[in-house]
Design a binder for this molecule. Sequence first.
Ligand SMILES: Cc1cc2nc3c(=O)[nH]c(=O)nc-3n(C[C@H](O)[C@H](O)[C@H](O)COP(=O)(O)OP(=O)(O)OC[C@H]3O[C@@H](n4cnc5c(N)ncnc54)[C@H](O)[C@@H]3O)c2cc1C
Length: 761
Amino acid sequence: MLVESFSPQTRTNNKLQITTDFVVVGGGLAGVCAAIAAARNGSKVVLIQDRPVLGGNASSEVRVWALGATSHMGNNNRWSREGGIIDEIMLENLKVNKDGNPIIFDAVLLDKVAAEPNIQLLLNTAVYLVNKSAERKIGSVVAFCSQNSTEYTVSAPLFCDATGDGLVAFNAGASFRIGAESRDEFGEQLAPVQASDQLLGHTLFFYSKKLDHPVKYIAPKFAYTHQQISAIPRSKNIQGSDSGVKFWWVEYGGIHNTITQTEEIKWELWKIVYGIWDYIKNSGKFEDVENLTLEWIGTVPGKRESRRFNGEYMLKQQDIVEQTQFADAVSYGGWAIDIHPSEGIYSDKPACSQFHSKGVYQIPYRCFISKDIDNLFFAGRNISASHMAYGSSRVMITCAHGGQAVGTAAALCKQNSISPKSMLNPEYMHSLQQQLNMFGHGIPNVPLAQQTNLAKQARISASSELELKQLLPSGEYIPLTQGCAQLMPFNQGMAPVMKLKVKAQTETQLKVALRVSVKAENYTPEIDLKTIELNLVAGEQTITLDFSSVEIAAQYGFVTFYPNAAIELAISEQRVTGFMPVFNKMHKAVSNTGKQTMPVESGIESFEFWTPERRPKGQNLALQFEPAFKLHPLSHITNGYLRPWKQSNTWAASFNDKHPQVKFCWPEPVNINQITLFFDTDSDHALETVLMLHPESEMPYCVQNYRIKQADGTTLLEVVGNYQTVNKHTLAQAIQVDELVFEFDQPSDLVPASLFQIEIH
Ligand SMILES: Cc1cc2nc3c(=O)[nH]c(=O)nc-3n(C[C@H](O)[C@H](O)[C@H](O)COP(=O)(O)OP(=O)(O)OC[C@H]3O[C@@H](n4cnc5c(N)ncnc54)[C@H](O)[C@@H]3O)c2cc1C
């Protein structure tokens, strides 16, 4: 038993000193990915998170669905889901949590961090102080955990501020901005004429649940009344059946200080959301709400905007719209520039305005390093971006992807004993980009180019290579009530003749065009290479689309069928990498009305949206090709591209090769200790973390079972049940081989076995 007598002096709390290689403050998705990346690249990391679980706004405490460049699959960013660690996390979440339970997503993140021996995780621990070791250098951060009454002083040569509000950078004295830049400052045509201090606000959500009996609801006294709720201009958006992030428009605080007044903002939001729930339950205006009960209500407001710190470069509107190419590109984004009125829910303007670009844009390394503090990185919404560019870069999967770049850079800084700024040296930058891509990061226009890949020195052969004569018709048809296009890659040269079965209700005309993007890497149909008009008779018939006079570059093309409600097109259930049907349709959630029409002076481009359907829909058109198409050659598996980009970039076996093999033969024996395979996990498919139900727990294109065999037939490695993009195998000890055979099981009868890349080291 411990009995302590009175102390005339104040007592001090338990104190711990920790020294490490890299400190990440803030355990949102950006901080989590920064910590894991550094740890996997050999750095000792302390990850400090002030709340009980990880994930920040994506955690079960807030429940925003994590999104990025895929933009709910509602714009023209095809195959844009971010690669690397966040991809691994999202695929893991899909495997265990396809119905989007936020509690399970918490566990996925905790599991990933707990699996890293190099990470020391301090939960419930808030950093509140920074000690500098020099004018431009942080020496340590001081944090307190109220659960174990312990004060931590954590010292390291490198720090990352992933706190959202930028507490570390602020305390360290780094220069920053709050508000919106004027139009003139960076020539951003969408920006306000005058600089302003207005911001995006906070939001609180609630979840409801249907019971098998009526549930009464009595609101707390602080909740707003029905009259007050119905007076809010956006109250017309309220749906009794909606939950969570569907109420993203319950936004407040953008006209206040979103850091120091957060508690006041939260109280206002509580008054609103408890008031909304009371309005739903008791106003009599909503049907079928008797059995609904309030399951959860947020206590931590989701923050959108506060400080943005000055880096060595500031991302701006033009970089997003013009898709600027940067030599130091380490990440990318693709969410629209998404700006909200700062009065939030009390504004009578639309709750958000989203301005899309024609494709994804690069984010340079310089946005992630402090201009002022030599050993400080930023990750998350506080990176160096103008208010306009932040409107896009702030979404969580984009934040997470940048976080991986930061963590990897920190580890390389340690390995080379250099500062974050020195990483800008082209040699170091190349190794950072390559290291990122080895984890499947997928920086646009930056292929994997490992000189040490032994696969490139081998003679490679395969048991088969997909030759596409036809996507087999399933017998089903889709009505041509909206514009429909088969998106597919083309080889450089003359396009093939295509045939398709169609049904017409009456005699009618069908208009079909072969269209491409101006930039070969985009998926925005802008140029009509050839238009064909066909007279159809009533009934079923096979049409011929003769595009053989069209010379096309190696890029994606749209075989575009203009709407005609009297016509139906034959579809196929077969799925092949690089092939997908897209539709000229609206997607309200991302302000897509089928076409973005913007005045030239906005600096935003006008173009059509052609977007896919989510599975189980989204079947390809059952096209026949003459001559047969070879779009998935074996040469792709060493070309360095890890996702569809200008070409399919996969090798695919033929549909009837159930266990295809790829063989590597070296003229002289080689020593290998690491084999990495990059599979197709459908990077087009958005994997929202909450509310959205996903139709499957593994991606249908992904090879699940494979074996790697040596020349004598012995199995070196066998994998069963894979669902991840990147499969990295490090051998216990190096072996010498002159032949390796990779044998894959076809994922299903409808999908051929395929693979982007094999790296052998
Ligand atoms: C209502 C709403 C809707 C949104 N819609 C979307 C959407 O649909 N999809 C999307 O992806 N994004 C969306 N966003 C934007 C996105 O959620 C944020 O921009 C994003 O969370 C930023 O990520 P982050 O890692 O920088 O910050 P956060 O997710 O906020 O993570 C920062 C973490 O740092 C921790 N922290 C802060 N201070 C300290 C400290 N002193 N010590 C230790 N830890 C600290 C915090 O607790 C937090 O966990 C939305 C935001 C809101 C609020």
